[in-house]
Design a protein around this ligand. Structure first.
Ligand code: HEC
Ligand code: HEC
Length: 106
């Protein structure tokens, strides 16, 4: 087997085992951590983050860029979605979208 083919096979193997495969490097986006309409598709304008995102998959320490985990642990309240806006912005919503019942864990 050629060394090149072996290298390709190894690279493919590592890729499929990568726990951060599919991870969106928000910090690399146009607006940094802040969500933009282009990035967020049909979720733009929504407050119920946990209808689509799962609390235990959004900030896996091994995928988050160095130095951020500490801030995340301090700032995120997984029972209160409005805590997300301090880093990810308003997601196209206004303050009025967050009154009673829409900022819960749903
Ligand atoms: C203290 C700042 C901070 C807060 C508050 C915060 N996040 Fe994040 N979030 C980050 C950072 C940093 C990343 C990783 C960005 C990167 O690696 O480029 C991230 C990444 C994500 C991702 C991307 C995951 C992926 O697979 O690509 C999602 C989804 C997300 N956060 C959702 C949330 C939700 C929902 C909340 C509220 C419960 C929240 N975040 C609150 C900082 C924060
Ligand atoms: C209707 C489902 C849905 C809702 C509700 C939703 N999201 Fe998302 N979100 C997604 C999907 C799907 C992606 C991946 C987008 C892609 O693949 O381009 C995403 C991506 C993200 C990312 C990574 C963006 C990037 O840089 O690529 C962050 C951060 C995020 N969401 C935060 C939030 C926060 C905070 C809320 C609540 C205010 C929220 N989401 C509500 C479906 C949703």
């Amino acid at each position: 087997m050629s060394a090149l083919l072996l290298a390709l096979l190894l690279a493919a193997g590592c890729g499929s085992a990568d726990p951060c495969l599919g991870w969106h490097h928000s910090l690399d986006g146009d607006a940094g951590l802040q969500l933009t309409a282009a990035e967020h598709g049909g979720a733009w304008g929504q407050t119920a983050c946990f209808q689509c995102h799962q609390a235990w998959t959004i900030h896996p320490p091994s995928c988050v860029e160095d130095g951020w985990m500490e801030h995340i642990d301090e700032a995120v309240d997984y029972e209160d979605n409005i805590s997300c806006t301090s880093c990810h912005g308003m997601n196209g919503t206004t303050d009025e979208d967050w009154v009673d019942g829409t900022s819960g864990a749903s």
